[in-house]
Design a protein around this ligand. Structure first.
Ligand code: HEM
Length: 439
């Protein structure tokens, strides 16, 4: 146990304890001070049980909003699988852009961010935006800022003292509160036309699913967190949370994937050979034949192990005093960090843990076997709720790009490393690469 500024923190690196922190009722809380609740438009900023949204909420609000969000994302993926269609259109747009680079060296980071955010925007609103749309660009800047703010030591104060944070905002060394205020304004603007045109028999996006749920709850009155002002605040904050949790995590994983492909050209060729055989050369893969591409699956799994973008998951908080099964005492309000890296780089489990080696996950017949210690989406009841969507996006973007382009370092003698930078996510140092059309 140690202290981060004034706050008590415990870092867990043992699989059993991480599973415990993921599943025990008293260890799956979140602790975010009231000041943030105010900036997020909470109906009652002094009551942490009313903290809106899903990432930092707790109690009934969290349970209701999480259950709903999981179901809505699932429903949007069913039937004609609109979600996959929308993601595929974004992959096609990105390919068009990559073609236009004429194999010149580029840093692909911002384009990956925009493509993934655009896919999320469509899932949320059905609206398709161009890469140049000012709203999309502004939201990207805000999300990038939120990520950097979360990574900065000054914001560790967030978890310690409200007065210090207010002061930090006033003298301009923290801007998290105002970023949330602006994000909230954008999301309200997104939702307004959808509310005006809402018809409950035709649900094509996340906002419409939310509106339907809110109407049903008005009748039954069962779930408080969907009603009145509280419901409105939750809708806005759940959407902000999906943007925060779902965009940079996914795009940064893809950025790592591109990096590992230029560092391992033989592995890149093997993925392309497999995709060519299953889907035909240059054709966009879809998830229906995903099971026929075990090598590609293993490569994505290894990218997620080593990229490990959500390196410290999202801090949990102890809801009351308790003992871990190891005998350690955890006082109420202790911040609990689950150090996923310790699990995914354990040399006892993954020999030569820094080596990029997808064969770790292939059995003797070449079948893909995901490793139970590769847990990039976290563990337990707070585990990532966008996991299925993220897995689909990673597969479609990664395979879509490799089906059409050879990825090469910008210049043969470029020094490219796998060193990391840290914000809300762990991302690679800037690097350039070329996308050379395969056909
Ligand atoms: C490769 C991409 C992604 C990775 C690696 C990732 C990883 C994680 C991790 C480690 C957590 C924390 C688990 C915990 O607190 O114990 C989390 C939570 C969360 N993720 Fe993801 N995530 C990804 C993509 C997404 C997407 C696409 C969405 C939705 C659109 C999403 C939505 C969320 C939400 C809402 C939470 C909070 C869940 C809760 O508190 O109940 N994530 N994610």
């Amino acid at each position: 146990m140690s202290f981060l500024w004034l706050h008590r923190v415990v870092v867990l690196s043992d699989i059993k304890l991480i599973q415990e922190a993921g599943n025990r009722e008293e260890l799956i809380g979140r602790n975010f001070i009231e000041y943030q609740a105010l900036k997020r438009g909470s109906v009652d900023p002094l009551n942490m049980d009313k903290f809106p949204g899903v990432i930092w909420s707790r109690g009934n609000t969290w349970q209701e909003q999480r259950r709903f969000s999981l179901q809505a994302l699932r429903d949007l993926g069913f039937g004609k699988n609109r979600t996959e269609e929308m993601v595929l259109e974004e992959v096609a747009d990105l390919s068009t852009y990559l073609d236009s680079t004429n194999a010149e060296p580029i840093n692909i980071r911002s384009k990956l961010n925009i493509a993934i955010l655009n896919a999320l925007w469509r899932i949320t609103t059905s609206e398709k935006l161009s890469y140049d749309d000012p709203r999309l660009k502004r939201i990207l800047v805000l999300l990038d800022d939120v990520s950097h703010q979360f990574g900065s030591p000054i914001n560790a104060l967030l978890f310690s003292n409200k007065i210090v944070l207010v002061l930090a905002e006033q003298i301009g060394i923290s801007a998290l509160g105002s970023l949330f205020t602006e994000l909230g304004k954008y999301v309200r603007e997104i939702a307004k036309p959808l509310e005006a045109a809402f018809q409950s028999d035709c649900l094509t996006n996340f906002v419409e699913h939310y509106l339907k749920m809110a109407k049903e709850q008005e009748q039954s009155g069962e779930m408080q967190s969907f009603l009145g002002k509280e419901g409105q605040s939750n809708m806005v904050n759940v959407i902000i949370d999906l943007f925060i949790a779902g965009s940079e995590t996914t795009s940064t994983t893809l950025h790592w994937a591109m990096l590992y492909m230029i560092l391992n050209p033989d592995i890149q060729r093997k993925v392309q050979d497999e995709l060519d055989e299953v889907f035909g050369k240059g054709h966009q893969p879809t998830t229906s034949d995903r099971a026929k591409t075990p090598y590609t699956e293993a490569v994505i799994h290894e990218v997620q192990r080593l990229g490990n973008v959500a390196y410290r998951a999202i801090p949990h908080s102890a809801e009351k005093d308790c003992y871990l099964s190891s005998g350690h005492f955890i006082p109420k309000n202790t911040m609990i960090l689950c150090h996923l890296e310790s699990l995914m780089k354990d040399p006892e489990v993954f020999p030569e843990p820094d080596k990029f080696d997808p064969v770790r996950y292939l059995d003797s017949k070449g079948n893909f076997k995901p490793h139970p210690r590769v847990v990039p989406f976290g563990v337990g009841r707070r585990r990532c709720l966008g996991e299925n969507l993220a897995r689909m996006e990673l597969y479609l973007f990664f395979t879509g790009i490799l089906a059409k382009f050879n990825l090469e370092r910008a210049f043969p003698d470029d020094k490219i490393t796998t060193d990391s930078l840290y914000g809300f996510v762990k991302y690679p140092k800037a690097y350039n690469l070329r996308f050379i059309p395969r056909l």
